[in-house]
Design a protein around this ligand. Structure first.
Ligand SMILES: [Zn+2]
Length: 285
C-alpha cells in the first residue's frame, strides 16, 4: 500500500457503532429520563460504513446513514464478506447463499439511500484483520474519500448484557481502524459511546432495510418491535424519539470543519461545495 496519506483528506472521524442486534452497547442507556446529552450535530458530507456481513450495517447505523443521506450526505457501504456461511440449512450452497445475501443487501442499500456498495468477497466466518483486508479497505477509502467511517467497535469481545461479539465483526472493525490510522496525527478516542445521532425520522427506514435481509430474519415483526425499543431507549439519552449511539474517534480534526467544530449549518454548506460530492475518485495514491 503506502502512497499518499493526504489522499485520505483533511479530517476523518471514525464513528464506531453497533453492527449487530446483540451489540447493545447503547442499550446501557435504558432509561426514560432525558439527560444533558445532546444529539450530535456534525454531519459528514461523505461517509463510509464498513461491515463484516450483509445485514450488519442495517442492524447497526442504518438510521443514522439514512438521516445523513436525507440531509445531503453521500454514503457508501463496504461489506467485507457476502455472508455465505450465515445459513441454517446445511444443504444450502454457500455460493448461492452469498449471491442471495448480496441481493438482499443491495435492496437494503436502496432503502437507506447509499450511493453504492462494494463487496470484498472475503471468507465469511474466517475474516482476518490482516494486511490483505487492510489494503482492500484503504483502496475503498482512497477511492471514496469519506469524511467519516462507521465501523464495529473492535474492542467489544463480550456484550455487556451477554453474548460474544462475532470474530468477523471484530476483524472488520480492527481492519477499518488500521486502514484509517496512517492518516492519523492526533487520534482522540473515547472509552464509551459518546455520540448520539437523532434518528427519529429514519427508524422506519432501518426497519425496512432490515426486512430486506429475509434469509436472516425469521420473525420480522418481533425484530421491528425490538429495533423500535432500542432506538427509543437510546433516544431517551438525548430526549429524542429515537437515536443510535457511537463511540467517536476523532482523527486529524480540522477545528473549523471537523466533528468538534462544525455546526449542522456549516456541513450543509460544505456539502454544497464543489469539493464535496464531486471529488469522488482519488485513485490509489
Ligand atoms: Zn454480522
Amino acid at each position: 500500500m503506502g502512497g499518499d496519506e493526504r489522499s485520505l483528506g483533511a479530517h476523518h472521524s471514525l464513528g464506531i457503532g453497533e453492527c449487530n442486534p446483540d451489540s447493545r452497547v447503547n442499550g446501557n442507556v435504558a432509561m426514560n429520563v432525558p439527560t444533558n446529552e445532546t444529539a450530535h450535530a456534525w454531519r459528514p458530507p461523505r461517509f463510509m460504513v464498513i461491515a463484516a456481513h450483509p445485514d450488519d450495517a442495517d442492524f447497526g447505523p442504518a438510521a443514522t446513514a439514512a438521516a445523513w443521506i436525507d440531509a445531503g450526505s453521500v454514503g457508501w457501504l463496504v461489506c467485507c464478506t457476502s455472508g455465505d456461511a450465515g445459513g441454517e440449512d446445511p444443504d444450502l450452497d454457500p455460493g448461492e447463499l452469498g449471491v442471495l445475501r448480496e441481493a438482499e443487501q443491495q435492496r437494503a442499500v436502496s432503502v437507506v439511500g447509499y450511493a453504492g456498495v462494494t463487496f470484498l468477497h472475503q471468507p465469511d466466518g474466517a475474516l482476518e484483520s490482516d494486511l490483505a483486508l487492510r489494503e482492500l479497505l484503504v483502496r475503498e477509502i482512497r477511492t471514496f474519500r469519506p469524511d467519516a467511517i462507521l465501523a464495529t467497535d473492535p474492542e467489544v469481545v463480550f456484550y455487556r448484557d451477554g453474548g460474544v461479539n462475532h470474530s468477523d465483526h471484530r476483524a472488520a472493525g480492527m481492519a477499518a481502524v488500521d486502514a484509517v490510522y496512517p492518516a492519523a496525527r492526533n487520534p482522540m478516542a473515547f472509552p464509551d459511546p459518546n455520540v448520539w445521532v437523532d434518528v427519529s425520522g429514519t427508524v422506519e427506514r432501518k426497519i425496512e432495510a432490515l426486512r430486506a435481509h429475509a434469509s436472516q430474519i425469521h420473525e420480522p415483526d418481533k425484530l421491528e418491535t425490538r429495533i423500535r425499543e432500542w432506538a427509543g431507549q437510546t433516544g431517551a439519552k438525548i430526549g429524542a424519539a429515537g437515536a443510535e449511539a457511537f463511540r467517536l474517534v476523532i482523527i486529524e480534526d480540522d477545528e473549523d470543519e471537523g466533528p468538534t467544530g462544525m455546526t449542522a449549518t456549516d456541513v450543509a454548506e460544505a456539502s454544497d461545495s464543489p469539493e464535496a460530492p464531486g471529488a469522488a475518485v482519488a485513485g490509489d495514491g
